[in-house]
Design a protein around this ligand. Structure first.
Ligand SMILES: Nc1nc2c(ncn2[C@@H]2O[C@H](COP(=O)(O)OP(=O)(O)OP(=O)(O)O)[C@@H](O)[C@H]2O)c(=O)[nH]1
Ligand SMILES: [Mg+2]
Length: 330
């Protein structure tokens, strides 16, 4: 595994364990064994995969943004239910890779698909299916794992075109019974529950692989780096946000519980650096204060944040840098 978002047992161990438990369940004639498994969440960019994972897990596991290609690697979101532990694996939106970064992102999707117990295909129901949705479906069609479709952004569904979009998505997916209307922003909890019940019923019997208080596999410093990138995506325009990567240089929790955090925001060109810093440093200040607020809210520390800006020319084209920068390790 290259970037390693998972700390879970390897597949074989997991499946051996699962079959043991299956046998125990059968011995005890239990009708409702505890279930557990990985659910790969896939779809084209910007359909709301990360927003949906956050809504399902009930925590901010992954950053979101109106700009496509926000998610760059696999991100685990853990949901505990009395009868199940669902391991959602958020993935980058599927697209045709042009640079080393995009190729990396697509490898991350492949890794998620290569070891999953179920697949959740997310689509944006406010539009009709296009080539990109079809490409996703073609990719997952040969995979044997049970598949579900989230007809997402249902809150944006238009009364006039909506039914036709739904018909076309059903036709593409081919299994109406495993499709559910969802919305990650205006949540109709019943729909999310309906989706969850269907997914859980399809998972293999298995134990809690992760402790019940753990909701992701990302270390705090990585969450912090992502929260900073989210604010950069929010305030920057055009190609600059896509050229941003964030690395944590120092992450120290002081005895008074204050978190001292020093991070570097990488961009690809001197011109990006100028935009990121802004007139009189205003842009960097804004990104800094909004990120600090978010990190305080999500991680529960008082935060002292120091931001640096560096140029790493064309890092997205260079495999050597991509992995390190995407994992916030540089
Ligand atoms: N109205 C509405 N907007 C949504 C919904 N889900 C997500 N969005 C918005 O759609 C945009 C994209 O959401 P993300 O969750 O980042 O999408 P994604 O599929 O993870 O995108 P990538 O990581 O780029 O592949 C954001 O602006 C979200 O706020 C929804 O159910 N309804
Ligand atoms: Mg995403």
């Amino acid at each position: 595994m290259t970037t390693t978002t998972h700390n879970a047992p390897d597949t074989h161990a997991r499946h051996d364990l699962a079959s043991d438990i299956e046998m125990q369940a059968a011995d005890a004639s239990t009708a409702h064994p505890h279930r557990a498994g990985y659910v790969a969440i896939v779809g084209k960019p910007n359909v709301g995969k990360s927003t949906l994972v956050n809504a399902l897990v009930g925590r901010k596991v992954a950053i979101t943004s109106p700009k496509p290609q926000t998610t760059r690697r696999r991100i685990l979101g853990i949901l505990n239910r009395p009868n199940a532990q669902v391991l959602f694996v958020d993935t980058p939106g599927i697209h045709i890779p042009k640079q080393a970064l995009n190729a990396y992102m697509m490898r991350e999707v492949e890794l998620a698909l290569s070891d999953c117990d179920a697949i959740l295909f997310v689509v944006d129901i406010s539009r009709s299916p296009d080539e990109d949705d079809r490409r996703v479906m073609e990719r997952i069609r040969p995979i044997a794992a049970p598949k579900f479709m989230a007809l997402n952004k249902a809150d944006l569904m238009d009364a006039a075109d909506g039914p036709e979009h739904v018909r076309q998505f059903f036709e593409l997916f081919g299994d109406e019974n495993n499709a559910v209307f969802t919305s990650g922003v205006k949540i109709k909890q019943e729909n999310l529950d309906e989706l969850l019940d269907k997914i859980i019923a399809a998972l293999p019997p298995g134990p809690q692989y992760f402790p019940p208080d753990q909701y992701t596999d990302q270390p705090e410093r990585m969450l912090a780096a992502e929260l900073i990138r989210e604010q950069a995506l929010r305030f920057l325009e055009q190609e600059v946000p896509h050229a941003v990567a964030v690395s944590i240089n120092e992450y120290v929790i002081r005895p008074n519980k204050t978190l001292y955090l020093a991070a570097t925001i990488y961009v690809e060109r001197e011109s990006h650096k100028g935009i990121l810093i802004g007139k009189g440093g205003q842009m960097l200040k804004r990104i800094g204060s909004e990120s600090r607020r978010e990190i305080e809210r999500e991680l529960g520390h008082k935060v002292y944040l120091e931001l640096w800006v560096k140029v790493r020319e064309h890092w997205r084209r260079d495999e050597r840098y991509v992995e390190r920068l995407v994992s916030a390790l540089e």
